[in-house]
Ligand binder design. Sequence first.
Ligand code: GLN
Length: 492
Amino acid sequence: MHDKTLTELQAGLAAGDFSARELTEHFLNRIQSLDGALNSFITLTPEQALAQADAADQARAAGQAGALNGLPLAHKDIFCTRGVRTSCGSRMLDNFISPYDATVVERLQAAGAVMLGKTNMDEFAMGSSNETSWYGPVRNPWDTDRVPGGSSGGSAAAVAARLVPAATGTDTGGSIRQPAALTGITGLKPTYGRVSRWGMIAFASSLDQAGPMARSAADCALLLQAMSGHDPRDSTSVNQAVDNYSATLDQPLKGLRIGVPEEFFPATLDDRIASTTRAALAELEKQGAILVSMRLPSVDLSVPAYYVIAPAEASSNLSRFDGVRYGYRCEDPADLEDMYKRSRSEGFGAEVKRRILVGTYALSHGYYDAYYLRAQKVRRLISNDFAAAFENVDVIMGPTSPEQAFALGAKNDDPVTMYMADVFTIAVNLAGLPALSMPAGMIDGLPMGIQVIGNYFREAQILNVAHRFQQATDWHRQAPSFGETATAKGDA
Ligand code: GLN
């Protein structure tokens, strides 16, 4: 059952081939027997999952099955889940049991989905390798000595290893797309404002966006449908009708103009990543798409602009974790100041502290104009580049990541090397655009991903391009051999 996509499982449930309970038990068993080697989950919720599965089976019997009825999912541990620990990958929130559900969680549950547990992530979603988690690194099922990417590395590894058919992630600078690329799955970051951020622990509020991570574009369409829509509790959630994402998946690509920016193929890019990306573009060309070479002149400034704006917002968002109202509090504080200081120094890890320091500095009097304001101006230039590009093209494509999954520990000495992992993804967040990553080839036994960027609220078009590509190729069907021998006995 774990080889099936969400769409196939949905059909199997509808046909009565298996029940939601059977499906849930199957995946829970897989997680219990295999996740020791990956560490992709922080918390498992088997009792709640089985209760939700039984409720889904009953709803189906009563003729009231929701769109995702009985389908197992996992949530990144950044989404608040009522009655369940919500740690955000941090010691600071290790003891936090959320009293409410995030809108995304609520909506997926209302559609009938079954939550199996909460996935591991970089601490407060800061990272590109899932090594900053308080709960330890996540390993890549294609090669357990390598990282799965980050910060949604737990969701990516769990989906790639088929421990769960799909999961949620969040993307502030690439955290859905980059781990999707490094683990060979499909992930979509929606337009800023398409999906509610309510109950999603804030990292950089003007950039954060939740989205689906799954085995195919069709599966992402299914999930995005349930996740999207206006939420009066999030003032940045946009009140605009949600397209029917599954309805247009099959549309022919004839005449589609695909922009191919020079900046996404720098001279330093790994040749094999460049040629694999070009081969994928040629496949779309074969289907009638037209490749248009173009420029995004300001996009090279996206990493430096992001590393001013994101830490600035993070330093403000993370000031609420002070050991007073909830979260970690140090032992035996001498006085109030000692309690603040020690709770925050003991509760946060090194990368989070680095960002708080950088952000506080960039926002401080005398530096605000030189850094923060300057970065905001660059952000506008980047948005303008995309706006100009979308006058001539329908989508923009290139590689998702400049490299494939790298070894654990390989980039831990130099934060800037790690920051470069998102060189192709960050501009999209600064502009607030939607973008998807999907597998487009294998190099040295490891998956590589390509990115499809669309104009605002054109998620349907991105999914259409990705689905047509996946109809013609089977890169998205490749799975790591991870766990095959271990599960050969019990599995159907
Ligand atoms: N890797 C980037 C960072 O560390 C992006 C993280 C994200 O998208 N959450 O900030």
